[in-house]
Design a binder for this molecule. Structure first.
Ligand SMILES: [Zn+2]
Length: 377
């Protein structure tokens, strides 16, 4: 299935996995530039060399996926789920639903990726050695050797101290543990990211002047990509820093109004949702919670129908999409606002509705924290 710039190929370990559309561009560049080398080394026909190269490149990308699953499954062990794993132009990314709460968690989640790459390098390396010592010099030995070398490269390259690459995250988590200052640690680590990006640009200039145009262009793009990623990651860290250690209950508003099931939709909009600047409210009959009426569900009906329809006709039961636990991490809540484009969530403990959280309160907290710490503004 094709989403926006994203081709899904299903869930692996319960995590949505797929390809970014720009991945295909890199796949083609990879196959086209590697095929002549494969043909020359193995003495194959063009068609056989293409087949052998495609298999090699697919194994390299499967290795990158395994690296990302190393991060994702370790994150799961620390209570953080992964929204999706994507292969893209420059490799892969595991988008976690939350941020590690402690430097130690971030350290292990990060180290797990390169560890998987090192293990794969070892496994494919052993297969290559076994093939060689058995006197096999065919495609199988070539493929295992190439994939082993690529995994070793991936492991070492990812360990460069350029945040938000793995090495940079190891630097951040170590500095964070030493200084107990998340933002300062991130700021220093992101300088490393810009530094590594700068070095890649210098390397690219050298390659372009020595005539290797394809590799040079890829490194120019990657260098700029890394520099902008380092800047973005620091900006993001500034956003989430004030929410560290806070829970959803710290931002909860009490229930200020409930909608009777017989209320007309026009009244729900004019008397409840608009004046209270809410996008959902509970529908309650006496003491009984019936469900939730939301602006989104009302808007699925024509406004001219609103004066005739009642809340009970459009309300929906509360479900995972609009409910949050009071003991949930505030940063996870922040991610959920971003992801669903929803402005509020109902806070439930078990089956009891306790209140709401609203994105404006989170934004206000961000502003207040910024004003309170001019050194980081
Ligand atoms: Zn990694």
């Amino acid at each position: 299935m094709i989403g926006r710039n994203f081709v899904k190929f299903g869930k692996i370990f319960g995590i949505e996995t797929g390809l970014s559309l720009n991945w295909f561009l890199m796949f083609i560049i990879f196959v086209v530039s590697l095929t002549p080398y494969t043909a020359q080394i193995l003495g194959l026909s063009q068609a056989a060399a293409v087949g052998c190269t495609v298999l090699t490149v697919l194994l390299v990308y499967a290795s990158i996926l395994a690296h990302e699953f190393g991060h994702a499954l370790t994150a799961r062990a620390f209570g953080i789920e992964t929204q999706r794993i994507t292969l893209h132009l420059f490799g892969g990314v595991a988008m976690l639903n939350g941020e590690p709460e402690r430097p130690r968690d971030e350290f292990w989640i990060t180290v797990a990726g390169p560890a998987v790459s090192f293990v794969l390098a070892g496994v494919f390396g052993l297969a290559w050695v076994a093939g060689h010592s058995a006197g096999l010099a065919g495609p199988l030995t070539y493929i295992t050797g190439y994939v082993a070398a690529m995994n070793l490269f991936l492991a070492v390259f990812n360990c460069l101290p350029g945040f938000p690459m793995d090495g940079g995250r190891i630097v951040r988590s170590t500095l964070w543990a030493i200084t107990d200052n998340y933002l300062l640690a991130t700021r220093i680590a992101s300088w490393g990211g810009m530094g590594v990006g700068g070095l890649l640009l210098a390397w690219a200039v050298f390659e372009l002047t020595s005539g290797d145009v394809t590799a040079g262009i890829i490194r120019v793009l990657f260098g700029f990509f890394l520099i902008s990623l380092a800047r973005q990651s620091y900006q993001q860290a500034k956003i989430i820093a004030p929410f560290r250690g806070k829970k959803v209950r710290d931002f909860m508003r009490p229930i200020r109004a409930v909608v009777p099931p017989g209320a007309l939709l026009s009244d729900v909009v004019e008397d409840y949702l608009r004046p209270m600047q809410m996008d959902q409210l509970p529908v309650i009959d006496g003491e009984r919670l019936l469900g939730c009426v939301s602006a989104r569900d009302i808007e699925t009906h024509e406004p001219r129908q609103w004066p005739w329809m009642r809340a009970s006709e459009v309300m929906k039961p509360y479900g995972a999409q609009n409910v949050i636990d009071p003991d949930e991490d505030a940063i996870k809540a922040l991610h959920r606002f971003g992801r669903h484009g929803q402005h509020s969530f109902a806070v439930f403990k078990g089956r009891q509705l306790l209140g709401h959280i609203v994105d404006r309160d989170f934004a206000r907290h961000m502003q207040v924290s910024k004003a309170g710490s001019p050194a980081d503004a």
